[in-house]
Write a protein that binds this ligand. Structure first.
Ligand code: PRP
Ligand code: URA
Length: 211
């Protein structure tokens, strides 16, 4: 595991919120609220090294030079469906970001991702990309998502998950060593159905109530 390209959010509030998400009796509205709260925390980490420039503004008292984010372009790419559960948290923090949807589902038999939707803007090649998906299990979906994004831009790609399996991190880092990974926690392992243990179950089903 390349720790230089891996940020695990080490914060008691984040761990607490993840524990609440894991509980099987946590209701759907609470689960979704927690996913977005954790996403806002992850957005802090992803944007940690974003550049600022000093601009002149006027407070009620005087003119002053103050920092603001440069007008770098970036795109949030939720991997459907479950990635949608992180979009509000990210756009809350980055209101100017565009959202480019990418539809992938994991075939229940092969466990391999299948692409079914993609909507990227024409200027995707100018955009730094933040891929969001709550779960990184085998890494297959993330690798496919990165591959599809890479076909459109050479700018940095950030992969943001809430819960990772070690197997998924290894696979993504092997395929795309340049991509920075962010997560709240790395769990123990995958089970025989490639679900994360102890995990939180099927994120998409819990977000949309399709259990
Ligand atoms: C889940 C999850 C990831 C993927 C992770 O999506 O949201 O996209 O599985 O598994 P992997 O790392 O082994 O590829 P799923 O395919 O269940 O689709 P959904 O979001 O529509 O429920
Ligand atoms: N996808 C999920 O939603 N949960 C897992 O544990 C693995 C893949």
């Amino acid at each position: 595991m390349n720790k230089e390209k891996l940020t695990v959010l080490d914060h008691p509030l984040a761990k607490h919120k993840l524990t609440l998400m894991r509980k099987k009796d946590t209701p759907r509205n609470v689960f979704n609220a927690l996913a977005n709260e954790l996403s806002t925390m992850l957005a802090y980490e992803v944007t940690k090294n974003f550049e600022t420039e000093d601009v002149e503004i006027e407070t009620p008292l005087m003119k002053t030079m103050q920092p603001q984010l440069t007008d770098k372009k970036y795109a949030i790419v939720p991997v459907l469906r479950a990635g949608l559960g992180m979009v509000d948290g990210f756009t809350y923090m980055l209101p100017n970001a565009i959202v480019s949807h990418l539809g992938l589902y994991r075939d229940p038999v092969t466990k391999k991702p299948v692409e079914y939707y993609k909507k990227f803007p024409k200027d995707m090649d100018e955009r730094e990309v933040i891929i969001v998906d709550p779960m990184l299990a085998t890494g297959g979906s993330a690798i496919d998502a990165i591959k599809l994004v890479r076909e459109h831009t050479d700018k940095p790609i950030h992969l943001v998950n809430i819960l990772d399996a070690p197997e998924g991190i290894e696979a993504v880092q092997k395929a795309y060593p340049d991509v920075h990974l962010y997560t709240i926690h790395i769990d123990d392992k995958l089970n025989d159905n490639a679900y994360i243990l102890p995990g939180l179950g099927d994120a998409g089903d819990r977000i949309f109530g399709t259990l």
